[in-house]
Design a protein around this ligand. Sequence first.
Ligand code: NAP
Length: 287
Amino acid sequence: MIMTVNGQTKTCGLIGNPVEHTLSPVIHNMLAEITGRNLVYVPFRVEGENLADAVKGAAALGIQGLNVTVPYKERIIPFLEGVDALAQRIGAVNTLVQAPGGYKGYNTDMPGLYRAMLSDGVSVDGEDVIILGAGGVARAVAVMLSEKAGRIFILNRTEQKADAIAEEVNGYAGRQAVKAMPLSSWKDLPDGKYLAVQATSVGMHPCIDDVLIADADFYKRIHTGYDLIYNPFETRFMKLVQKEGGQAFNGLKMLLYQGIIAYELWNGLSVSEKQADRIYERLKESL
Ligand code: NAP
């Protein structure tokens, strides 16, 4: 499956800790194969104290591009030569692209989620949205949706974190786009139907029976539920959405498209929907 490694082979990779369970090599090595690039993608487990050296060393070795995962998406920024405007606004970088003197940082997670939604036929334009969670990803989702969605309600166990996101995003959106609420007061949400994005780690393997809100009345308000978790393939959140008549999606396509957008940045090409579909099928088999 992997093409022959020779003197012209380029290397891309992933920096994180841990990296042993990553699906990114599946995405990128298959992309290399189907787009005919002489490229290999490998995971690099990096200890925190070595992060600066790792970035410098990768640049010195001519590593063509890197993804960045937990826990370095924010911590890596000081070691970069520049940061793209969207990544700056989100405050997190998941993709490094070669630039004079080192790497420039990008965030492909959010464009990845947007492209996943397009692929699933889910529109965010003018939609009222509930975001569950106020961690790094929830913050990025709020940034992305503040430009396109209607009202955004961000609900989190720790209310101060939701408050901080609302204040910041409203500041640069120039409108009161985001309202923070404690998780426990979901019954105070205005009447209506919502697109809901589940952006917490609750329900992730192995705790697959966990769910943030179990009350069926909550799910009656949701026409579309997006869980950013992809293991299990169908989370309890998704099942509850579907039980009340909504449509539900997991985070596997977001993972796929964040990888595809990174690959497009590294190689200056466009990956077709047909190629994306092939990789998606392979990803499902790899779960
Ligand atoms: P994070 O910064 O650690 O935030 C975790 C969030 O989960 C916080 O809002 C936290 O609430 C909440 N939470 C955790 N345990 C909880 C519990 N027992 N009860 C209530 N709330 C709880 O994580 P993140 O980086 O934003 O990632 C969030 C999720 O997105 C993860 O599941 C990850 O797998 C997923 N993700 C998916 C993709 C993809 O490509 N599909 C990419 C990145 C991340 P508090 O603030 O109250 O602690």
